[in-house]
Design a protein around this ligand. Structure first.
Ligand SMILES: [Zn+2]
Length: 243
């Protein structure tokens, strides 16, 4: 299946907490959107693999994506090795996204850092015909996405792109709250041990973040992104909030 855009996460829930509003906005705009998680988040303190899988499927349904796939890499071991690269390159060739959205390369969680490096490298090598994935290019042709952007996870950075998600905010929250085993969800009680991300303050901080960037860009809620390359604008007035 050809996708216009693929959002990559190291763990199921990364995409939702970083940029779920933008995922849903692109779906509403009529694009074919996919999410690919590198791992099943099996090292998570709370929940188990089956619970996390069900939660990820529910979040994908809420966001309305065309596909959610998983590379099946090992949580906590996202090394930049040949085996991991072959799996990520295969996903890129399978979905042929013009745009890839990936975690920012600096973060407190080592998996997010490694995922960022791994995916960025694979965005390039997916277009290199002779890179040996084990699947012949006659079956799965080489494909290089046109561009990629980073989204924000644990560590703040200075963004150079902000996406207005005011109309998608409620869906963003619902998708985030699908991960009941991981995050604080009002009305839901869990016997699992409290973690940094299961505290109410974590959920609040994510709302505060999209409010902050919304205010900075003259809207209610916005999600931050970073482009390493200059971005072409077809209408310069969009920088002033005009159509
Ligand atoms: Zn994560």
């Amino acid at each position: 299946m050809k996708c216009d855009v693929i959002f990559f996460g190291a763990h199921p829930d990364d995409v939702e907490l970083g940029c779920g509003g933008t995922v849903h906005k692109l779906v509403r705009q009529g694009y074919t959107v996919g999410i690919v998680d590198l791992t099943r988040g099996e090292l998570g303190t709370r929940g188990d693999e089956a619970t996390r899988k069900a939660e990820a499927e529910e979040a994908a349904r809420i966001l309305g994506v065309a596909v959610r796939d998983n590379c099946g890499l090992t949580d906590g071991h996202l090394e930049l090795n040949r085996e991991n690269k072959a799996k990520v390159i295969t996903m890129i060739r399978k979905y042929q996204p013009d745009l890839v959205i990936l975690p920012y390369p600096s973060d407190r969680h080592p998996d997010h850092v490694n995922a960022s490096r791994l995916i960025k490298e694979c965005v390039y090598y997916a277009g290199t015909e002779k890179w040996p994935t084990g699947i012949p290019v006659s079956e799965l042709p080489a494909f290089r996405p046109k561009s990629y952007l980073y989204y924000m996870l644990a560590e703040p950075f200075t963004p150079n792109l902000l996406v207005d998600i005011t109309e998608e905010f409620d869906v963003r929250q619902k998708a985030f709250q699908a991960y009941k085993s991981q995050f604080f969800v009002p009305g839901h009680t869990s016997q699992d041990k409290e973690t940094w991300i299961s505290r109410p303050e974590f959920a609040e901080s994510l709302v505060a973040r999209v409010q902050f960037y919304g205010f900075q860009s003259g809207t209610r809620y916005a999600e931050p992104f970073f482009s390493e390359q200059p971005v072409r604008l077809d209408n310069l007035m969009t920088v002033a909030g005009r159509k």
